[in-house]
Design a protein around this ligand. Structure first.
Ligand code: NAD
Length: 503
């Protein structure tokens, strides 16, 4: 079905490029498409196609598992829990480090997989593998630092302790935009905490997840402790939601699906962490060097071809430098080249899903109809409908769709503003609250805004701030909980208070 939909809009001149790269992989098992359930690689009675989003071409098949496969995975995970939690944190950490090291050893082959099924430029895929391995290394150490506390007692002759213990079996439902790093950020934390984890990857990007599972097995992750079950999201998430043995559920994806999962998890009161949509404001004040702000905005907008929850969605520029900013931004954007992610000249790849490309086009049409001005970079006419040319919309106003909903593609909306008070109110007026950016040369203003901007992550004069040590997560409907940092492991642990009396 997916295959057909994309093929109608294919780019015939690029057909075969991903398939040729995949054929060249020495790790043939990376493209076998078998799910890992209870220590066995399962090809699946039913198979689905992995599609190159640049061409619509089927490039591999993967197991389309059903509810009974997921139930078997839950059973196996539960069985593996006791032995895994009893391992010393340092031993679990050793396995995670070994897994990370195998990822780095196979960086090039993993990057080819990511680009072939997700579409991002190969250089960005390479970056993602290293970024993803970093979470395993980070949590390998955090597992050893999951300290409890001793509380000064309020009762004579007693000792009050708080311990952190693994919560139980965890489930990770992961997206297609970072098909490697979103798995290691969740699985690294769960495994370090002592929890087995079942990963349900996005059907668009199963190969990356399955290759990670191959390497985890080689690193010594025991049977049942990490499983990857591929297939239909609704069918596979139902057993995860209803089974009381799943104690933690971590999801990255749309706010719409996040709400459904939160509701579904209520019946068995699971610990839920959600990393959902963003709609990042990017504020540029007129005291700043325009070139520096443009460079930052380009990076914050076009990474992962715009398919990033941190992407700058509303670029607010103070009126005094608005024109200069728009011109410089258009000039910088004109340098971007759209194409297949495996072509080294490509800066912007295809949208992984046609629905994302169509949403970009709908936002552009809506903005033009309401008075915005458009500048689009020319792209090869043979590129199919999953490609969206980098587009700048200026004179954007708050009544346009792009000003109120996430774009998730290479479309930059630039809005003028007059005062700090006004722009802070507009920036904060969103249901989303993931990331925000501020460019200013005034230290006083930077300090004021770091307080008044109501977002989970704020970059001041920088477009990039993620990495294993930072608490990644959002306010409002952008999610619940945090990933990475010392807080990430807490999503997979329970606190236990113990009172020793009569001492
Ligand atoms: P999505 O939420 O549908 O998909 C994300 C994950 O959820 C995938 O694993 C998918 O298989 C699974 N899923 C989908 N429907 C499900 C259901 N009913 N029950 C259980 N699991 C389900 O996202 P999408 O439609 O692929 O993308 C749409 C939008 O979501 C994007 O435009 C973007 O706004 C947002 N998104 C955000 C992120 C992020 O990094 N926060 C990642 C991907 C998508």
């Amino acid at each position: 079905m997916v295959l057909q939909a994309v093929r109608q809009h294919s780019s015939p001149h690029l057909v075969g490029l991903a398939a040729t790269h995949l054929q060249g992989l020495t790790r043939r098992d990376f493209v076998a498409g078998a799910a890992l359930i209870d220590g066995r690689w399962t090809a699946g009675a039913q198979r689905d196609a992995v599609v190159d989003p640049a061409t619509g071409e089927g490039i591999a098949n993967f197991a389309s598992c059903g509810a009974s496969d997921m139930e078997a995975a839950i059973e196996a995970a539960e069985k593996s829990f006791l032995a895994w939690r009893q391992l010393l944190p340092a031993s679990r950490g050793g396995i995670l480090r070994c897994w990370a090291s195998l990822m780095r050893d196979h960086l090039e082959e993993l990057a080819i997989l990511v680009t072939s099924e997700q579409g991002k430029p190969l250089a960005e895929a390479r970056y993602e593998i290293a970024y993803g391995a970093g979470f395993l290394e980070w949590f390998a150490a955090e597992g050893e630092r999951a300290y409890g506390e001793t509380i000064p007692s309020h009762k004579p002759g007693s000792l009050l302790q708080v311990r952190m213990q693994p919560i139980g079996v965890a489930a990770a439902i992961t997206p297609w935009n970072f098909p490697i790093a979103m798995i290691t950020r969740k699985a690294g934390a769960a495994l370090a905490a002592g929890c087995p984890v079942i990963v349900k990857p996005a059907p668009e990007t199963p190969l990356s997840a399955l290759a990670l599972a191959r390497l985890a097995e080689e690193a010594g992750v025991p049977r049942g402790v990490l499983q990857v079950v591929t297939g239909d999201p609704i069918e596979l998430s139902a057993p995860l939601l209803r089974d009381p043995r799943i104690r933690a559920l971590s999801f990255t994806g749309s706010t719409q699906v996040g709400r459904l999962l939160l509701e579904g998890a209520a019946a068995t009161v699971k610990k839920v962490s959600l990393e959902l949509g963003g709609h990042a404001p990017f504020l540029v004040f007129d005291d700043v060097c325009v070139a520096k702000a443009v460079k930052g905005a380009m990076a914050a907008k076009f990474a992962t071809s715009g398919q990033d929850c941190l992407a700058a969605n509303r670029i607010y520029v103070q009126r005094g430098i608005y024109r200069r900013f728009v011109e410089a931004f258009a000039a910088a954007m004109a340098e971007l080249s759209t194409g297949h992610g495996l072509d080294p000249a490509t800066d912007i790849g295809p949208m992984t899903k046609i629905s994302v490309a169509n949403k970009c086009r709908a936002q552009i049409d809506d903005a033009i109809a309401k008075g915005a001005r458009r500048f689009s970079v020319r792209q090869d006419e043979r590129l199919g409908a999953n490609f969206v040319p980098p587009t700048l919309l200026s004179e954007v106003s708050d009544n346009m769709l792009i000003a109120s909903e996430e774009t998730f593609g290479p479309v930059a909306a630039v809005l003028p503003f007059d005062s700090e008070e006004e722009v802070v109110a507009r920036a904060n007026a969103s249901e989303m609250g993931l990331a925000a950016y501020v460019y200013t040369d005034s230290l006083r203003r930077a300090l004021r805004l770091s307080e008044s901007i109501e977002y989970g992550m704020v970059g001041i004069n920088t477009p990039s701030f993620t990495g294993p040590p930072i608490p990644f997560g959002g306010w409002r409907q952008s999610g619940l909980g945090r990933e990475g940092s010392r807080h990430g492991i807490e999503e997979y642990m329970e606190l236990k208070y113990v009172c020793f009396g009569d001492l």
